[in-house]
Design a protein around this ligand. Sequence first.
Ligand SMILES: Nc1ncnc2c1ncn2[C@@H]1O[C@H](COP(=O)(O)OP(=O)(O)OP(=O)(O)O)[C@@H](O)[C@H]1O
Ligand SMILES: [Mg+2]
Length: 335
Amino acid sequence: MRDISTQQIREKIENIVDLASQKTLKEQNSIKHIGIDPDKDIVVLIIVLTKLGGKEEKTIKRQLAKIIKLDLGFTGVKIQFEEKRIIESIVKKDVKFILIESGKGGVGKSTVACNIAYALTRLGKKVGIIDADIYGSSVPQILEMKHAYPMADENGKIIPLNAFGMEVISTEFFAEEGKPVIWRGAMLGSMIQNFFYDVIWDKNLDFIVVDCPPGTGDIALDLRTIVPTAKSILITTPHKSASHVACKAGYASKQLNHEIVGVIENMSYYINPVNNEKEFIFGCGGGEKVATDLQAELIAQIPINQPKHHESLFESDEEAGKIYDDIATLLTYNN
Ligand SMILES: Nc1ncnc2c1ncn2[C@@H]1O[C@H](COP(=O)(O)OP(=O)(O)OP(=O)(O)O)[C@@H](O)[C@H]1O
Ligand SMILES: [Mg+2]
């Protein structure tokens, strides 16, 4: 078998310029998929372009074939071109996408995502939430939403549900209660893309917060293609061993050119009600380590605690609520 990785192929082809936009494939995040079929010795590519079918596409096809076959020596290359759908027509041009990511599950990603979104609404911002965690969708529970099916308009576009003043769309809405996720026809293609293009978002949204699946999978890549301007926040726990996995997710984001707004250490400490002292039950230093490794900032440390007013959401009169207010303020200033 040839000893060339998909990453090496990416590096070889990412500087090809798309004549339609005068940008490189890397700059416009055109490379959606690179696969190698070792038996047939062919490379499979999915490339997203601004314009399909023209001489620009032919030129790129020729350049790709030259690199894959002549330079890298593969027998063949299969290229599928897809047309880039323009996100700006669906949401406000300067809507900010915030991806909440983590290396592993159970670190409080969904809780933090919902609380950041909720804190943004307290600042008067209009917020949408995309629960993109197809494996462990929990946003509807956190937002105390009863299982409900979103309505569709006459064109089959989905109308998001509302919770605490936020627009919400979740994989869970398309699953039957208590049963594994069963996708409707419309959702089968690229589920995440549908969340962006087939949902009628409020045209005045300021932020869309995305609860991403843990790890470094295809969905992050998909999101990157759809929203190149998205920014990431990485969630980790204080334990140093957890930080290693968190870094992996961070590196993937960096590779996709996603700006990392910062690292949040969740379940950082517990305030002992008896003596008001901080107890570092789950260890310490994890957040700091992830931030240093990724050259990002540790923007918050959230204590272990339970909300007073809601099931999982905090208000501004609570310690964690104040921390979320600070994060929200930071996000409104971060351009
Ligand atoms: N700071 C905290 N203090 C106490 N409990 C917390 C805190 N953060 C999260 N939790 C609890 O930890 C559990 C996991 O949180 P959550 O579902 O948000 O994590 P997740 O990373 O999204 O998990 P999954 O990988 O399953 O999606 C939940 O029961 C949540 O209420
Ligand atoms: Mg979750």
